[in-house]
Design a protein around this ligand. Structure first.
Ligand code: AMP
Ligand code: TRP
Length: 334
């Protein structure tokens, strides 16, 4: 059976982008067909200025939302990254495999470090080495597939390069994983700025649909989405990014192989497209919000799921990481 690993950082409330780009595939497909591990990658939330209490709160909320979205602990393994030491143990060996130049070429590093500097902040070293920890997350479990949104494609390429290089230098140790991107909505854009990704850590919330937004808030955000000049509804990401984004969201929420370009033909006005998109999103999120309230009512359950998940994850990762320690030239502890 294929092994799948994926993760989400607790840096903000989860968004429609996280759901359509990643979580939905985990719930509907992955957990049923593969040995799947889904992780709240909390260590990754420490790469930029953070409030410890908020990280704690968001980590628990992300795990609760995983369950609310439909991940089932009897079908997959859910856990927090910091509960399993193998991630950081392996990360150091991969730091000894990656190069400084490779790290500095990562688009997310370039963008985020520029943003931090522009805000007069210093850049944490972990922001630079973050893709190596991500590679460790994946390689520790011998994952074959990594379902992610399009923004992670470059990090996955790096992960593959590191696995191949390590294997060539020190003997076969790691499975070389591949990224699996969703067919539509691999990159959901901000409703107020459809040329940038809908990201949970953006300060301005009006362009972001959060999974726990009330129905009327979701509607208001979508009805106020920036569309393009002109009035024709066409699927053209370059010339009409706002409309294209709504068409993608609508197609993704409708599911069943719906295609944004086909849906465009059904609309002659932006207003009607927005209304239908708002309805589709509200319907998609409704069961998640309802189940979230139920899961929240039993915090002991979430803790238990995470405890069991971490135990299984440790058992799986340990032998691979031990093998890497030996292969690279470190003596076993005896
Ligand atoms: P992050 O929020 O950066 O921790 O991302 C967690 C997962 O959600 C990754 O697989 C991302 O690729 C995916 N993701 C995040 N934002 C979006 C978005 N706007 N559109 C599609 N996928 C996304
Ligand atoms: N870097 C990913 C993001 O920002 C989160 C992540 C960390 C991840 N480790 C991972 C995703 C391993 C998939 C597999 O979205």
């Amino acid at each position: 059976m294929a092994r799948i690993f994926s993760g989400i950082k607790p840096t903000g409330h989860l968004t429609l982008g996280n759901y359509l780009g990643a979580i939905r595939q985990w719930v509907e497909v992955d957990q049923h067909r593969a040995d799947s591990l889904f992780c709240v990658v909390d260590l990754h939330a420490l790469t930029v200025e953070h409030d410890p209490a908020r990280v704690r709160r968001l980590s628990r909320q992300a795990a609760t939302l995983f369950l609310a979205a439909g991940l089932k602990p009897d079908l997959c393994t859910l856990f927090l990254q910091s509960h399993v030491d193998e991630h950081t143990r392996l990360s150091y060996l991969l730091e000894c495999t990656a190069t400084d130049g490779e790290m500095r070429r990562m688009i997310q590093y370039k963008e985020k470090s520029a943003r931090e500097r522009a805000a007069g902040k210093s850049v944490r070293l972990s922001l630079l080495t973050y893709p190596v920890l991500m590679a460790a997350d994946i390689l520790a479990y011998g994952a074959d597939e990594v379902p992610v949104g399009d923004d992670q494609a470059q990090h996955l390429e790096l992960t593959r390069d590191l696995a191949v290089r390590f294997n060539q230098r020190y003997g076969h140790t790691f499975t070389v994983p591949k990224a699996v991107l969703p067919a539509v909505a691999a990159r959901v854009m901000d409703l107020q700025d459809p040329t940038s990704k809908m990201g949970k850590s953006h300060a301005e919330a009006s362009g972001i649909v959060y999974l726990l937004d009330e129905a009327d808030v979701v509607r208001r955000k979508i009805m106020r989405a920036v569309t393009d000049s002109g009035s024709e509804v066409a699927y053209d990401r370059e010339k009409q990014p706002g409309v294209a984004n709504l068409l993608e969201i609508l197609a993704a929420c409708r599911g069943g192989g719906s295609k944004p370009a086909d849906l465009a033909a059904d609309y002659s006005s932006y207003g009607a497209l927005k209304r239908d998109t708002a309805d589709a999103v509200v319907e998609t999120l409704r069961p998640i919000r309802e189940r979230h309230a139920q899961v929240c009512a039993d915090p002991g359950y979430v803790d238990e799921v995470l405890r069991d998940g971490a135990e299984r994850a440790r058992r799986l990762a340990r032998p691979t990481v031990d093998a890497a320690y030996q292969a690279i030239g470190l003596l076993p502890a005896g």
